[in-house]
Design a binder for this molecule. Sequence first.
Ligand code: SF4
Ligand code: SF4
Length: 220
Amino acid sequence: MKLRVFQKPDKSYDIEVLDPQATIQDYLDAINYFIETTMEPPCRGCDECCWERIPLTSIDALTYVEKLAEQLDLEKNWPLLSFLKDYCYIYVEGPVVDISLGYTLEGACGFLNQEERICSNYMARSLVCQSFVCLESSEQAQELRSQLVNAGMDELVRLWLIQSQQAGQKPFMHEQHQAAPCLEDYPVNAFTGKVGYGQVLLKDVCTPELWGQIFRASDQ
Ligand code: SF4
Ligand code: SF4
């Protein structure tokens, strides 16, 4: 076991990494295992978690493009840019860029089938959706989730800026206030060049401080 997700006496959940080679996919698998085996019921199907902002990582967006390009009718030459424009929400304030999944006027995720209360693209759910546990979390579990999402979104912003440049387009934004996004603010990171969560090591994303809190050498 490379990673353990467990419930604390106060009913919140926590995370412990046992192997320095643990990847984000191991993290997602451990969360999924925890939900399936510990939570009763695993999900009440209320769909409340699909009415929140869903920030995206580069791997989320590349997975949507790879798995759903035809279904989403993405533009062939620049499918990632087409996905970001038609299915996401790009908000820019000064140098800061935020990219999330698009949502309806009422505020539901664009991929939520509201009648049946199910995700219409369950197999390509984003990191935030896959790592959502319907419980309070420890501070370090929360911090891990947010560091993964932030690094992944930084890489997505980098791809958006680079590909817009390559396509000879101005970076498309849905909303902006004195937008001044700059490629230098988005250097390569652990997500760069990766297309699956099994390729990204947790230790390459976490700050040393967080890694020190969540890593416990395994005696197995
Ligand atoms: S995981 Fe989401 S849909 Fe399931 S019970 Fe929790 S909030 Fe509701
Ligand atoms: S992608 Fe699916 S699981 Fe995630 S918020 Fe949207 S509808 Fe819900």
